[in-house]
Design a protein around this ligand. Structure first.
Ligand code: BGC
Length: 717
């Protein structure tokens, strides 16, 4: 069809049945897409294919680039890098001949235990918004529809399908909605609604948030797609603003890639998730497909009875077609995309490095390449690709820590596991192969005796010990606590006691407790680094690259977060979770309580030494010269925070993050840096008056983290 396909004209031609077919998923004949809209062959409307997810393109049985987890992307504090990452995701989506990517995930990190934090960006709305908007622009630059998810307040996995969220309007607007709005402004063609309810109404039927706010107030012209099996009754969903019900097929069909029959073949018939042997931990996080009233079956009658206006159904179809047309679904010259290119492999490595946060370093890093290394850890044989769930991605190539370090080290490398492998969750592999060697050759030698003492002995014999440890996280379940699982803390303690040049490399889904921090020489956080794990680890440890990341989440002891120790706040009581902390999430909470976190928001060390000079306000931005006064090239993340005005009767945070710039600076050089001040940091949402900027004087901080302010400026508003 021509590039100027007239969507309105197609919609005019649709029968009601054809329009409804554009609003509900069906089986993909090729069993590849995560969600599939059949299109309208009579009118040359092609099928529209939706695919997961934020870490890479997930198609059962296929490979694609396994990029680092989104939390690593935001840790780079660099919207340009995020845009490049989004473009690569979009290119792979097209390379797989899909149309809509079910990403980015941008729920603000409220609960440090949330099992999906690795899929999200930050505890801060400005960092989340700028990263997510850039990822959306990148994805859509490749002729792919981006789908910001999960709208909104899906901040935990426990009971996610049944939970109701009680959140005040100010926190909802300032923290949880703001990043979604930024992605709509960036042109997102779709938005995925979440499983939870809000103020007593399921999000899939939430007229105020889906229609009044998203579509009318923000001008969103794309389509709202339900999370999978999240819709309940069809008519309230359609009238509330839901445009597409997914998946429209049974759970069995979905999980088996369409191979199992539907009801006719005796395949479904009252199938529920309980019939699948999901790990017990997932129980409260799984939706119930039986509670879904399908659009295909229910909408014709609902229209006939006048429960759903006919024109609403055509609006739903029009929204789908508009988003599809915008990314060239009807065009012959649409981008073809590409999968697993050299450029994508390089980007996967680069993002993993740029997202690496050096939490501590007493000078042991960078390593000397002649050092004899003891490489220790239960999972040193495998790259940490991600957590469990719909974001699981299978790469063509991957580098384990062993491969990465062995390739780079000039000294000897002795490997000791110390403990049996820490098993991650998979939502697509619920066999009983626990403890066996993985099919892909991962895991330790069969019959190997794991010994913490042997690991400590290997450390004692080496110049330096590198201990690689991980947590385990998955969609549909939350982390039980913030400790490293199994006996990894004990392993670290034993190694640190044997070698005072011990480096801990963390692979975690979010904040983790570091009880041994005083006993080790360096701590490096690399999140879930994806396929380039080993290369990224070696590049940072040996100082080939400066660790470019800073913390997008505060690290603090369990018990000190605002959602700790109060069931009403997490995981909720009697089906409701109360966001009683209001806007005091993450560093806003720690600042307000004067509690000292282990590592503050924005923290991360560099191998370079920098000095900040001549900070000034220039219009709506901060300018500052950053001198690299050391003898190593480095990367600096200049951060700006606003200290809001005191307003009577309103509790304001001590500081709000207002923006950052990440700059590479060669030794001896000075970089002139400009950081725009995000409006969101100056505004507050007043439930009576809407967005408000209180007139007066604001203190603007130029900082290396929320806990390390280098200059204070004053801004009049
Ligand atoms: C997840 C979504 C995902 C969808 C399709 C749901 O369980 O919450 O993030 O896109 O499944 O796999």
């Amino acid at each position: 069809m021509s590039p100027d396909t007239d969507v309105a004209a197609i919609v005019e031609e649709l029968t009601l049945a054809e329009a409804i077919e554009l609003t509900v998923g069906t089986s993909d004949p090729t069993a590849r897409a995560t969600g599939y809209l059949a299109g309208v062959p009579r009118l040359d409307v092609p099928p529209i294919r939706l695919v997961d997810g934020p870490l890479g393109v997930r198609i059962p049985g296929e490979t694609s680039t396994a990029f680092p987890a989104p939390l690593a992307v935001s840790a780079a504090f660099d919207a340009d890098l995020a845009r490049e990452h989004g473009a690569a995701l979009g290119r792979e989506t097209r390379g797989k001949d899909q149309d809509v990517l079910l990403a980015p995930g941008l729920n603000v990190i409220r609960v440090p235990h949330n099992g999906r934090n690795f899929e999200y960006y930050s505890e801060d709305p400005v960092l989340t918004a700028s990263t997510a908007a850039a990822v959306v622009e990148g994805i859509q630059s490749q002729d792919v529809v981006a789908t910001p998810k999960h709208y909104v307040a899906n901040n935990q996995e426990t009971d996610r399908a049944a939970l109701d969220v009680d959140v005040g309007e100010r926190a909802l607007r300032e923290l949880y909605l703001a990043p979604f709005r930024a992605t709509v402004d960036a042109g997102a063609g779709a938005v995925m609604s979440s499983y939870n309810g809000l103020d007593g109404t399921p999000m899939s039927e939430h007229r105020r948030l889906l229609t009044d706010v998203l579509k009318e107030e923000w001008g969103f012209s794309g389509f709202v797609v339900s999370d999978w099996f999240a819709t309940r009754e069809a008519a309230p969903a359609a009238t509330g603003g839901m445009d597409v019900e997914m998946p429209g097929v049974s759970m069995l069909e979905l999980l088996s890639g369409g191979e199992q029959g539907g009801e006719d073949e005796g395949g479904d018939g009252g199938f529920s998730p309980a019939d699948i042997d999901f790990p017990e931990e997932f129980a409260s996080g799984m939706p119930d497909p039986e509670s879904v009233e399908g659009f295909r079956e229910a909408l014709p009658g609902a229209v006939e009875r006048g429960e759903v206006p006919r024109k609403r159904v055509f609006d739903m179809a029009q929204r789908v077609l508009t988003a599809a047309e915008d990314v060239g679904v009807f065009d012959d010259d649409r981008a073809d995309g590409a999968v697993d290119t050299e450029a994508h492999r390089e980007l996967a490595r680069r993002v993993a490095i740029r997202g690496s946060v050096l939490l501590e370093n007493d000078g042991v890093l960078p390593l000397d390449e002649a050092d004899d290394v003891a490489l220790i850890g239960p999972n040193v044989d495998e790259a940490v690709l991600g957590g469990g769930g719909s974001s699981e991605t299978t790469p063509v190539v991957e580098t384990s820590p062993i491969e990465g370090i062995e390739e780079r080290a000039a000294g000897s490398v002795t490997v000791a596991h110390g403990l049996p492998p820490v098993e991650g969750f998979s939502m697509f592999d619920f066999g009983d192969d626990e403890g066996e060697e993985g099919e892909d050759g991962h895991g330790s030698e069969p019959g190997e005796e794991y010994s913490v003492d042997d690991a400590a002995a290997a450390a004692a014999d080496a110049d330096v010990a590198v201990v690689v440890v991980r947590d385990v996280a998955s969609e549909a379940t939350d982390r039980e606590d913030l400790r490293l699982p199994d006996r990894q803390d004990e392993l670290i303690e034993a190694v640190a006691a044997a070698n005072d040049r011990t480096v801990v490399a963390l692979n975690t889904s979010g904040p983790i407790e570091v009880p041994w921090r005083e006993d080790v020489a360096a701590v490096l956080e690399q999140w879930y680094p994806g396929q380039a794990h080993g290369h990224a680890l070696a590049a940072v440890l040996y100082g080939d690259e400066d660790p470019g990341g800073r913390l997008p989440v505060t690290f603090a002891p369990e018990g000190t977060y605002p959602t700790d120790g109060d069931e009403r706040r997490f995981p909720g009581v009697e089906g409701t979770v109360h966001y009683e902390e209001g806007v005091f999430v993450g560093y806003r909470h720690f600042d307000a309580t004067d509690a000292t976190p282990t590592y503050p928001f924005g923290h991360g060390e560099s191998y370079a030494d920098v000095a900040y000079r001549d900070a000034a306000i220039d219009g709506d931005a901060v300018t500052v010269d950053v001198a690299n006064v050391g003898d190593r090239d480095g990367r600096e993340v200049v951060q700006v925070y606003v200290r809001p005005q005191a307003v009577e009767g309103v509790d304001r945070p001590v500081r709000e993050f207002a923006g950052a710039a990440s700059v590479g600076i060669e030794a001896g050089e000075v970089a002139s840096v400009r950081v725009p001040i995000d409006d969101l940091a100056l505004q507050r949402y007043d439930p009576a008056d809407g967005w408000t900027v209180d007139p007066g004087e604001y203190t603007v901080e130029v900082a290396r983290s929320a806990g390390d302010v280098r200059a204070e400026l004053s801004l009049e508003r």
